[in-house]
Each structure stands twice: as structure tokens, then as C-alpha cells.
Design a protein around this ligand. Sequence first.
Ligand code: SF4
Length: 299
Amino acid sequence: MKVYIGVPRGFCAGVVRAIDVVDLALEKYGAPVYVKHQIVHNPYVVESLEEKGARTVEDVDEIPEGATVVFSAHGSPPEDFAKAAKRNLHVIDATCPLVTKVHNEARKYDGDGRKLILVGHRGHQEVKGTMGQTPMALLDDREGIELPDWDPETPIAVITQTTLSVDDTSRSIDEIERRFSDVIVRNDLCYATTNRQATVKALCKLVDLVLVIGAPNSSNCNRLRDVAEANGVTAYLINGPGELDGSWFEGVTKVGITSGASTPESLVQDVIKALDAEEVLPIEGAEEDVSFVLPKELR
Ligand code: SF4
């Protein structure tokens, strides 16, 4: 069996920064450091930080008064910051700067008098954080394209969750532009999402099966699997080698492997090892040299 491995894959700059924030907060302030929501959507990352003294909680109210808390990379609504202030918590915000940019856009266009439509997936942590910034309608393409019942001449601004499918999002935006005449569209899909999906498309031209390594609650990992399937290749999303199933490989001679923005590279290497491939060939895509500065208290 030949394995083709996607490049770029794995950690993005926002995930690297968020993990660094928890590590450095533990070093500087000592354990425990609370983390509101999984710091990034990967159980191995979460467990390894918890072994060092991080404690993941879902609600700010679970955190003892005066404690240090890191807010996750996905972004948080203002009400979480208000709750934290009431409990006198020391908040370190690990929101990815590319998500903060979307929050800023939402407030700007709201201030300009435009109505906002967020293209995103209901219930995802990033969507909760963005929807808390200002009033907006949500368009979730998994529920069909249901647009708000506004006058077609209403000035609109469209913002998006950063980790959606490039192709599905562009279809949703086309529908919005067909319905409304005055629309500003922001391209908020981040570089990591765009590049990893392009890599999957390139893999699909070469392989019979795609394995995406990552967690089932990771939006960007799920989209990588969706992109492979939309390109006609069977794909599975697995956490690691323990979830491989021999029956998937019957008649398969070429396997593509890639990973989402929150997946540690060690898991990818473990899967490659478990497949015992005769050859491992990298498929080169876009070069990435993005990095983000740390929050000022940890610089
Ligand atoms: S996937 Fe994109 S938006 Fe999300 S943390 Fe990574 S760089 Fe930031």
C-alpha cells in the first residue's frame, strides 16, 4: 500500500498559540489553571494539558473566585467576560486572532447600520462566541438555506465561521447575494481551513481512500472528511490508529492521510506506522509561515 500524506496539515498558528498560552500560564501562575471549553477540539491536547494542571470547564460559574482562566481558541461571547469579572477571575484570552477579527467585523458592520448574517454551524463554540457580539441571523447550511425575511434592499454584511467548507460557504453566499441587493461579504474562512481543504482535494486525485486524523467534535476535521467525500473519495475521520478498521482497506492500494488544525502530528505518525505502508509520499500544497503574538501578560 502507498500512503500519500497531505502538506500542510495539522496544527495552525491559532492552535499553537492557544496551547502555548495554557503552558505558559501554568508556568507563570502555577496549577490549577482553568480553561473555559476545550482549549482546542482535540482530546489528546486537552489530556496532556490536564496532566500538567489545566482544568477544563464548560461554564465560567464552575471556576472558583479569583482563579486564573484561559478562554479557548474558539472565542467567547461578552457575557462570559462579564461573568468572569463578577467572579474576580484573572482571564487570559486565547481566542485565535482570526476569530477576534470576525468579532470586530460584526461590531463594525452593526455600528454602520447593516444587518448581519453569520454563515456557521449552530451550537459550535465559535458560533456561540461570534453570535454574542451583536444581533445577527445564523445561516446553517446543514439545515437548508433559510434566509431571514428582511426587505431585499436591507444593507447586509455576511461574516462566516472560520472553519467551514470553502465550497459550501460560497454556495450559501451566492444565495444571500441573490436575495439581497446591498451585501458586503467578508471572507472569514481562515488560511488553515482553506489550505487543508485544498490539500484534501489534491489527495483525492491520487488515492482510493482518505483518512483524516482528528477529533469528532472538530469542525475543521469534519470539513476535511466532507471535502474528500464531495470529491468522490471515501473518507474516515479517526482520532488515531486504534480506530483503524481492516475492512476499509479491501481493494485499496493508495491511501491519503491528512489532519485538522487541532491534531498533534504524533497521531498522524502513529497512523502511518500502523498502516505499515511500502512508501510514504508527501503531497505539497501551500506554504504556511503564519504565527501570532501571545497575549501581553505572557510575552
Ligand atoms: S483554524 Fe483558523 S481560525 Fe481556527 S484557530 Fe486555527 S488559524 Fe485560527
